[in-house]
Design a protein around this ligand. Sequence first.
Ligand code: ADP
Ligand code: MG
Length: 257
Amino acid sequence: MVTPAMTDKIKIEGFSLQYQDGTETLRNVNLSIEKNAITVLFGPAGGGKSSLLRSINRLNDPEDIKQIDGHIFLDSEDILSPKVDLINLRRKIGMVFARPVVLPLTIRKNITYGLEVMGEHNKARLDDAVERSLRQAALWEEINHRLDDPAVALSGGQQQRLCIARTLALEPDVIMLDEPTSGLDPISTGKVENSLQELKKQYTIILVPHSVQQAARTADNAAFFLQGELIEFSRGKGIFTAPTVKKTEDYVTGRFG
Ligand SMILES: Nc1ncnc2c1ncn2[C@@H]1O[C@H](COP(=O)(O)OP(=O)(O)O)[C@@H](O)[C@H]1O
Ligand SMILES: [Mg+2]
């Protein structure tokens, strides 16, 4: 068991997930996600990392799922409860995916769209949200002179930062990013990693990195997943320098992967 700390934003307790085919994609996962920190979930493909993120955001299609056990608490609310308001939950927990999916609209509209859907039409407040979220996503300096250009004209790295900005505009508490830089060049990747270091001051971040190197660079805390099990967790970067479980060591030293 992970010792829960007062500063934890999310607590996952005894969480198991089976898809319809019956294999246990996640088995008895216990994990605490610290507030204002970057918690990295890493490990080889198929380990269940994306399934866990989707569970936290309730994005799994209920029809795909055979059984779920355990609890996932956001603050003190069990987000697996049928009573949870999914729109509200997804507003509190924003998600960024591997491939940036920008809307076929202007840069500005990509950011204001979600706010407008929620009923915000005040121009000054929308403009403020655009500037604030683009600054937070480290994109403002590059594109503030062309906010009314189509978003699809941006580079891949800029589009991904725009997706991060769009998530930030809704002022979530938690941001989850599932391999957000897997399609980006090293310079754009560095910009995204740098902006995460700034963002954690204000948000709780869960990152599935695209490599062990990225995991080690970005992690405040890290959890190693293998075939549905949380093998090892460390507060701090200890898991990369002094793993205590042989399987973790084999993975972080590149013996398999
Ligand atoms: N909707 C689904 N239905 C059935 N099996 C799934 C579904 N989504 C993922 N899986 C399976 O669950 C396992 C874990 O996948 P995933 O959560 O994507 O792991 P990771 O993100 O660590 O690569 C894989 O074996 C995958 O094939
Ligand atoms: Mg995945």
